[in-house]
Design a protein around this ligand. Structure first.
Ligand code: B12
Length: 207
């Protein structure tokens, strides 16, 4: 049922979320459609947090429920084939939101990209080190907080200072990013969802 999954997620009804995900998969529903519904639920949760209906503990719980559902959905997306290229990904300094970043990583891996996942709260120097070590031509940064824009900008500046900017394409994503933010940060592109990340990598790494 459309929206039922989003509502179960928003209501933090873990059992119902799991049951609907399993039923959807068994019924042949596209895993990414189910993932999108869970995401809609997360947006509602964010709104309830803003209005004071939900507390931080509810956000933590939402994160756990979402991760379990996403893991079930990712397990359906297995793929094989030669690697299409390397990507370095991480959530920027000061930000510990990793649900969206993990989905992007999963989708990129599912599309046969070799992803170095640096985790959360990643300082610019760590991004640069990973780009140097792996030789990855694509760097993806995730940030869900408005205070994440400056660390993104600092990372692009650090790439420039290391002489790597010319050979590394930068994509950013996460709740509050916009074209204005992309410009401020100095990134090459922004992606609104994990599919966009895969499309950008495909564009940049096409032989
Ligand atoms: C769950 C959650 C948490 C969990 C995170 C758990 C975890 N392991 O990630 C916890 C409880 C830890 C948390 C903490 C905090 N949170 Co919080 N959180 C959320 C919530 C409800 C959902 C985020 C989420 O997972 N969304 C679902 C995923 C799938 O979506 P997504 O991240 O956008 O990712 C998709 C796309 O954006 C894109 N994408 C993401 N990254 C990338 C990267 C690239 C390169 C590309 C191309 C695409 C891409 O693809 C993804 C998949 O489709 C949001 C509300 C919201 N509406 O987003 C608030 C929210 C982000 N949190 C907020 C706040 C304020 C906080 C805290 C400061 C609260 C506090 N007072 O302590 C702390 C910050 C801690 C820190 N330093 O980071 C605010 C941010 C406000 C702001 N503008 O700065 C929000 C918006 C809630 C609100 N409305 O007030 N939070």
């Amino acid at each position: 049922m459309a929206n039922e999954l989003a509502m179960a997620m928003a209501d933090l009804d873990e059992e119902k979320v799991q049951a609907l995900v399993k039923a959807g998969l068994a019924g042949g529903v596209d895993p990414s459609a189910l993932l999108n519904e869970c995401r809609e639920g997360m947006t509602l949760i964010g709104q309830r947090f803003e209005t004071g209906e939900y507390y931080l503990s509810d956000l933590i719980m939402a994160g756990e429920i979402f991760k379990t559902a996403a893991a079930d959905l990712a397990a359906q997306g297995g793929s094989s084939g030669p690697t299409k290229g390397k990507v370095v990904m991480g959530t920027v300094k000061g930000d510990i939101h990793d649900i969206g970043k993990d989905i992007v990583v999963t989708m990129l891996r599912g599309a046969n990209y070799e992803v170095t996942d640096l985790g959360v709260d990643v300082p610019p120097a760590k991004f640069i080190e990973a780009v140097k070590e792996t030789g990855a031509p694509v760097l993806g940064m995730s940030g869900l907080l408005t205070i994440s824009f400056d660390p993104m900008k600092e990372t692009v500046a650090a790439l420039q200072a290391a002489g790597l900017r010319g050979r590394v394409k930068v994509m950013i994503g996460g709740g509050p990013v916009s074209e204005q933010v992309r410009e401020y940060v100095g990134a090459d592109a922004l992606g609104v969802d994990a599919q966009a990340a895969v499309a950008l990598a495909g564009q940049w790494l096409a032989a």
